[in-house]
Design a protein around this ligand. Structure first.
Ligand code: NAP
Length: 302
């Protein structure tokens, strides 16, 4: 293997320790801790697992954590009034509504009802606008792209001036990471190309990338010959390709694969993220950082 492995799990531990130290300092000086409410509707196993990870992490950092679990039958109006309750709660600095919501609820309406200054997921149109403007306007960068940028920087890869190619243009990954990396700002200033299903020659663009970020949701989409030797490859894709029995727990677990042919790509790339254990662990970490920052903005120290 020639590529250096960028391990999300290790970077996560580093950042969580920094957050914890800051939470302790703020608590001592200002007598307040970050407050996060997690709102979960229904019992979808993937959503339950994501929310559980968020709750555990928040508690481990000494946050105030409020869990609001509601049945699938909740009405849109009831959910909106729950969001409103926490918009008006001074001890809560972050409101997390786990997506997707049941079909009878208008997801956009719920996201738009969250106070933009508590929207720690960064999905509210006000925060998307702030992200596009850039600089000190940015309050809550969306968590997965923020994690990607942080990983690249902590791995010591230079973003400034780099040719970045982003595969995928979703609102939660592709679009925001492209915007974040081309901003006139420290840790950015890249030249960014975004490719998608209507791009004429995907391989051509990928081959030009000093930093290749792949968020397509197609297992093994990026072939090793599409990778520039020495490039930094960030594989965001998480694709379930089968099932196996865990040797440790004896339980049936999903076999996960990324969007990049990892085994071959690691012989060509300079840096690469594994799946699982790469970008995945960063998302919750950035949610915690956004929640801490929300409190800091409120205290005027952010
Ligand atoms: P998405 O909303 O389905 O968007 C996929 C994007 O990839 C679209 O823009 C699509 O193009 C493009 N695409 C799909 N197939 C392609 C192909 N063959 N060639 C070129 N472009 C292609 O997905 P997403 O929410 O961004 O998620 C992408 C992947 O990242 C998924 O595997 C997801 O599970 C994973 N993910 C991981 C994390 C994490 O680790 N924390 C967080 C979020 C997502 P069009 O726009 O033209 O359709």
């Amino acid at each position: 293997m020639t590529a250096k492995l960028i391990k999300g799990k290790e970077i996560r531990e580093e950042i969580l320790a920094e957050i914890k130290a800051e939470v302790d300092r703020i608590k001592e000086k200002h007598g307040i801790v970050p407050g996060l409410v997690t709102i979960l509707v229904g019992e979808d196993p993937a959503s339950v697992s994501y929310v559980t990870g968020k709750i555990k992490t928040a508690i481990s950092l000494g946050f105030k954590e409020v869990q609001e679990n509601r049945p699938e039958s909740i009405t849109e109006e009831e959910l909106l009034s729950l969001v409103d309750k926490y918009n008006n709660d001074g001890t809560i600095h972050g409101i997390l509504v786990q997506l997707p919501l049941p079909k009878h609820i208008d997801e956009k309406r719920v996201i738009n009802a969250i106070d933009p200054d508590k929207d720690v997921d960064g999905f509210h149109p006000v925060n998307v606008g702030r992200l596009v403007i850039g600089g000190s306007e940015v309050k809550f960068p969306p968590c997965t792209p923020a994690g990607i940028q942080e990983m690249i920087l902590r791995a010591g890869v230079k973003i400034e001036g780099a040719e970045v190619v982003v595969v995928g243009r979703s609102n939660i990954v592709g679009k925001p990471i492209a915007i974040m990396l081309f901003q006139k700002a420290a840790g950015a200033n890249a030249t960014v190309t975004v490719v998608h299903t209507r791009t004429r020659d995907l391989a051509f663009h990928c081959r030009r990338a000093d930093i290749l970020i792949v968020a397509a949701g197609v297992p093994g989409l990026v072939k090793p010959e599409w990778i520039k030797p020495g490039a930094c490859v960030i594989d965001v894709g998480v694709n379930r390709v089968g099932w196996k029995t865990s040797e440790q727990t004896g339980k049936r677990v999903a076999i996960l694969k990324g969007d990049v042919d990892f085994e071959a790509a690691k012989e060509i790339a300079g840096w690469i993220t594994p799946v699982p254990g790469g970008v995945g662990p960063m998302t919750i970490t950035m949610l915690m950082r956004n929640t801490l920052n929300s409190l800091k903005y409120k205290l005027g120290i952010g």
